[in-house]
Write a protein that binds this ligand. Structure first.
Ligand SMILES: [Zn+2]
Length: 73
């Protein structure tokens, strides 16, 4: 079994780790609303994927109305 001969210094380890970076996810402009969204996924702002609407995104007012309705029951 291989065994580590010497422990590296803090500096050495840290220097190596300077190359570990978070890679930004592929972002592209939404064709429908123009906002930046993750590519190959439904736009979280308008619910469109390509030219079709896949999910309905409710507006703040709709959400409020829905919550009001729920409370009355
Ligand atoms: Zn969009």
């Amino acid at each position: 079994m291989p065994k580590v001969k010497h422990r590296h210094s803090k500096t050495r380890g840290r220097k190596r780790r300077t190359h570990y970076k978070a890679v930004a996810e592929g972002l592209s402009k939404c064709t429908q609303c123009g906002k930046m969204r993750k590519s190959h996924s439904i736009c979280p702002y308008c619910g469109y994927y390509g030219k079709r609407q896949i999910v309905r995104i409710e507006t703040a007012e709709e959400r409020k109305a829905r919550k009001e309705k729920k409370r009355k029951k």
